[in-house]
Design a protein around this ligand. Structure first.
Ligand SMILES: *Cc1c(COP(=O)(O)O)cnc(C)c1O
Length: 360
């Protein structure tokens, strides 16, 4: 089989070296004679691995000691409920910044649990943009401010970290975690479903500052309660053991690549290559202003949309898969997470140029 480059938005491709290691260890992990997924999460060999994965993530993101790192179930959407349940006391308001469909979905879910103030920051004009964070209209005594730094569907990424004047900042980093360096201390809470930039689906990472834990609403289910998770090292119930293991293998791989700083340089080069190809052609377009263009999810449209089907069919034939845009926005989308090698983006750009020549 010739090489396939999978541009799926999630679950997304994983590094080849990670998959090969997992395959080698699949039925006999660390000489136990069992697969890691067949072992008790309370066995010392499993718990050592789990702890090491947490330490590697702490190192990769320089997570300060006053933050818990929780390995949870329930995906990004699970956190849409867990965040207000844990962080929004009755009578208080939380601000939700809307920059696309994921931040909107988070706000809609949160409304079940308390007072939510939504702040739409999208600006549509000839080019799509968002309001700079200094102009966001925030509630002064809000319980927290929630935003989505990278909107996976529409490809808007907010790189500046908003100043919230002491109000805890909560970020849905599902599709941008570990893609570039961030200062964790600027956040009250960061969460991310694993299936974009960490590992397989089924695992969700929550990084939460100590003082925000333990104020949950009375009806919070225990598996969504950060305090319960923190007190039990994320093993109050059976964690997604295999996904946790595979995330750990990804963290080791990322360290071998030189860490987040090194992968950020490659991510920048990949995004530059693809946006340049789009901008230089009159055949393809992406109308988001430079400053807010996602480096992880690159949506683009063919000017002649009747060619969409042909484009996707020929791309697939060339080994470039899952390029169909999200149904909400149409067109194409190339998700180029950490695991996508630059060769994949080069192959895509080459294909796009050839397709353009054949269809001018
Ligand atoms: C994929 C995604 C989600 C939803 O994740 P699930 O694990 O499917 O619940 C939420 N937020 C963002 C930004 C995403 O990219």
């Amino acid at each position: 089989m010739s090489e396939i480059f999978n541009f799926c938005a999630g679950p997304a491709m994983l590094p080849k070296a990670v998959m090969e290691k997992a395959q080698r260890e699949f039925i006999n992990w660390q000489s136990t004679g069992s697969s890691v997924m067949e072992l008790s999460h309370r066995s010392s060999i499993y718990m050592d691995m789990a702890k090491q994965a947490e330490l590697d993530l702490r190192e990769l993101m320089s997570i300060p000691d006053n933050y818990h790192v929780l390995f949870c179930h329930g995906g990004g959407r699970g956190q849409f409920s867990a965040v207000p349940l844990n962080l929004l006391p009755q009578g208080k308001t939380a601000d939700y910044i809307i920059s696309g469909s994921w931040s909107k979905a988070a706000a809609i879910e949160a409304q079940k649990f308390g007072n939510i103030n939504t702040v739409d920051i999208t600006l549509s004009g000839e080019q799509t943009s968002v309001l700079p964070s200094k102009d966001w209209q925030l509630t002064p005594d809000a319980a927290y401010v929630h935003y989505c730094p990278n909107e996976t569907v529409n490809g808007i990424e907010i790189f500046e970290i908003p100043e919230t004047n002491g109000v805890p900042l909560v970020a849905d980093m599902s599709s941008t975690i570990l893609s570039h360096e961030i200062d964790v201390s600027k956040f009250g809470l960061i969460y991310a479903g694993a299936q974009k930039n960490i590992g397989p689906s089924g695992l969700t990472i929550v990084i939460v500052r100590d003082d925000l834990v333990g104020h949950e609403q009375p009806a919070t289910p225990c598996i969504m309660n950060y305090k319960t998770s923190a007190d039990n090292d994320s093993m109050y119930n059976t964690p997604p053991t295999y996904a946790w293991y595979l995330a750990g293998v990804v963290f080791k791989w990322l360290k071998e690549q030189g860490g987040v700083k090194a992968i950020a340089t490659i991510n920048q080069a990949k995004a530059d290559l693809l946006y340049k190809a789009i901008d230089q052609s009159t055949f393809y377009q992406n109308n988001i202003i430079d400053q807010y263009r996602s480096k992880m999810n690159v949506p683009f449209w063919l000017k002649d949309e009747t060619l969409n089907y042909q484009f996707l069919k020929e791309a697939e034939h060339a080994g470039l898969t899952a390029l169909k845009g999200h149904r909400i926005v149409g067109g194409m989308r190339a998700s180029i997470y950490n695991a996508m090698p630059i060769e994949g983006v080069q192959a895509l750009v080459e294909f796009m140029q050839q397709f353009e020549e054949r269809n001018m």
